[in-house]
Write a protein that binds this ligand. Sequence first.
Ligand SMILES: [Zn+2]
Length: 171
Amino acid sequence: MNRRDFLLAAIQGQGPAARVSTASAARLMAASPWPTTGRNTARKDLGALVARGVLRVVESAGRTSYQLSTEKEGGSMTVRFTDADRVLGQIERGEVRVGADAAREIAACAEAAYGAVWSAEPARAFPQLRVACPACGSAPGELCTSHSGTRVRRHDVHQARRAAWAKGGAA
Ligand SMILES: [Zn+2]
């Protein structure tokens, strides 16, 4: 799929009555394989889609926007929707949140509900810590270590410890 087809599909993903401006078209492209598409490029691509007959120009209150042509006006051009196109539409409409800020808010909610799951030592929360580790000899409640005890394993435990825990905790 080329850049213009992608833009068209992204607009179609907004629904049949969607209108886009050059600015919102450029935003749609931010999540595309051409993320640096600016307003000027978006304007050119929108113009090309108008020339192709799949979009039409709508002037409203002095602003130019672009809308999908109806079947009659648009001819036989069809673009298959992909999951990516649909998701782009959801992002544009605010139904799906993306980005660092959204991730932080979601993480904060999860942390409030489940405790400090993003701590610096996530392995502390592992139930496998209740048993001693047969591989490195860590006592119950202590993190596994590697390299003869010089490196603490903050994110995982030894396979043997998982196995020991799964067996019922016999260290
Ligand atoms: Zn271990």
